[in-house]
Design a protein around this ligand. Structure first.
Ligand SMILES: *Cc1c(COP(=O)(O)O)cnc(C)c1O
Length: 390
């Protein structure tokens, strides 16, 4: 062959092989596809999730590393990483439900999930019944011949209700229903729902798993290979796959999850305990306090309670707004699970469209403040909160 011209050589770049050694950390495979020597091997690779890598929407080594890591942590048979937490939830629900199906969901749900369920009802003819997250009898009473699925959250937002996963998942299994648990708030370090009978676990990896407020991602873990393969095929059609760079950032964050989680939990414990004694605060919603409705279930299910909780200011809406305008270290921002402490006042931000009655139905007061505690020094956080409450 004649020597290749510069126009061609700038396109076909060298790839030095990495032999007799391997990278310490998982490399970022920023490529949309893979090259084959044998067309038969390529054809075969396209049909299964565990074959050779072929195309980015199907899978990618960096994404697969994240899927395996979280699947192992959760005790699953396989996982599908997605572009966002909602991507994971949609992939699972659309992959497992069909028009006419009925699902049972707990009452208190992440806002995006609640909106998605409304859409399933309005546009796809799925019906939904809501039951309390701790009541397996209510779940049994809600079952119909067309019921397929039970949807739960380990720890809810912002009132931190803890689902009775062992009782609810056992009831679901007994009734032949697939149970899906959003484990975002707990992370696999505080709870592994599959150990409590769940069939599918979903995560917004945007939160604790990545942990540095720099990436949006999601992931679904499946208890059985059968469920994994079924949803994997649908995930490819849906195109909700994770980007390799987002997966790479998430892997990097995951390496410090245990250290971060310990600090999130101990910081939240200190702030919740002190806030409960503060005269400007009328209630603290943290499952580690005996006054919390989930105190008993949380004590059995979780070794610690995560970094998100909410509290009610005695001064109502005005006090909530004042608190938000005064905090300095705690940042007024959505999201949670990152190293920085973030706070928001649902009545004037995320839930501003609701009146007092509607807020009350979500268990949110006009003076409720949500705080997602970061990993700063707890006394610096307390000093900030104290001056904002003064
Ligand atoms: C953030 C969040 C989601 C949605 O995740 P995105 O990554 O924002 O799509 C779902 N469930 C819970 C509990 C969350 O906190």
């Amino acid at each position: 062959m004649t020597p290749l011209r510069p126009e061609t050589r700038t396109v076909h770049l060298p790839q030095p092989p990495v032999e007799h050694s391997r990278p310490i950390t998982m490399p970022l495979y920023q490529t949309s596809g893979f090259v084959f020597d044998d067309p038969a091997v390529m054809a075969e690779a396209m049909g299964r999730p565990d074959g050779p890598f072929v195309y980015g929407r199907y899978s990618n080594p960096t994404v697969r590393s994240l899927e395996q890591a979280v699947s192992d942590l959760e005790g699953g048979a396989g996982a599908v990483a997605t572009g966002s937490g909602m991507g994971a939830i949609n992939t699972v629900l659309l992959g497992l439900l069909k028009p006419g199906d009925h699902l049972i969901a707990q009452k208190s749900l992440y806002g995006g999930t609640a909106a998605m369920l409304n859409d399933l009802v309005a546009r796809f003819g799925v019906t939904v019944t809501h039951v309390p997250e701790h009541d397996p009898d209510a779940l049994r009473a809600a079952v119909r011949p067309e019921t397929r699925l039970v949807y739960l959250e380990t720890i809810s937002n912002p009132m931190t209700l803890v689902a009775d996963l062992p009782a609810m998942c056992a009831a679901a299994r007994e009734l032949g229903l697939v149970s899906v648990v959003d484990n975002t708030f707990a992370s696999p370090l505080l709870c592994r729902p599959i150990e409590h009978g769940a069939d599918v676990v979903v995560h917004s990896t945007t939160k604790y798993l990545s942990g540095h407020t720099d990436v949006v991602g999601g992931l679904a873990v499946f208890a059985t290979d059968e469920l994994y393969k079924k949803v994997w095929h649908y995930a490819i059609e849906l195109g909700a796959s994770a980007d390799p760079f987002a997966a790479w950032l998430t892997l990097r964050g995951l390496q410090t999850l245990a250290l971060r989680m310990e600090r999130h939990c101990s910081n939240a414990r200190l702030l919740a305990t002190r806030l409960a004694e503060h005269p400007a605060v009328s209630a603290v919603h943290w499952p580690g306090l005996p006054s919390h409705p989930s105190y008993e279930i949380a004590g059995k299910l979780l070794p610690d309670f995560g970094g998100v909780f909410s509290f009610d200011l005695a001064g109502g809406r005005a006090a909530g707004e004042r608190f938000m305008s005064r905090v300095r270290l705690a940042l007024l921002a959505p999201s949670l699970g990152g190293v920085e402490t973030l706070t928001l006042h649902p009545a004037t931000t995320s839930h501003r469209a609701l009146n007092a009655d509607e807020l009350a139905r979500h268990g949110i007061g006009e003076g409720t403040v949500r705080i997602a505690v970061g990993i700063e020094h707890p006394e610096d956080l307390w000093a900030d909160i104290e001056q904002a409450l003064a």
